[in-house]
Design a protein around this ligand. Structure first.
Ligand code: 5GP
Ligand code: ZN
Length: 112
């Protein structure tokens, strides 16, 4: 499949990986918007929450649970913001669900 995140998961494209388990990877965004900008990506390809199976929705929940356990290790103990862009209005550019994790500084109160 011609998907940049599937290629990263398979190791066909290099990435700065900060975490990996059997269900997901967390990598550094190539174009960081904040001092810490990570992408949490399920290994199974699906475009977004509307395309997700029941099993994939359970995996997504487990990913968030794991993120909570990794906060300190990832330098996120003082807080962060998570964003999932969806579709054209959301400016999703990679059609493989991914969760942006933005932190490393106090973010703007206004989100957009
Ligand atoms: P979207 O706009 O789809 O929510 O976000 C896609 C994100 O993936 C962007 O922030 C972009 O910088 C990042 N990105 C795109 N290609 C690569 C890549 O090859 N490696 C990494 N680490 N990030 C990428
Ligand atoms: Zn993919």
């Amino acid at each position: 499949m011609d998907c940049v995140f599937c290629k990263i998961i398979k190791g066909e494209i290099p990435s700065s990986k900060v975490y990996e388990d059997e269900k997901m990877i967390i990598i550094k965004d190539i174009n960081p918007q904040t001092p810490i900008h990570l992408l949490m990506i399920p290994k199974e390809h699906f475009k977004g929450v509307a395309e997700m199976s029941a099993k994939q929705s359970v995996i997504l929940g487990e990913m968030f649970k794991r993120l909570g356990e990794l906060e300190r290790e990832l330098g996120l103990k003082d807080g962060y913001r998570i964003i999932v862009n969806k579709g054209e209005n959301g400016c999703q550019t990679v059609p493989h669900l991914h969760v942006h994790i933005l932190g490393g500084k106090k973010l703007n109160e206004q989100m957009v």
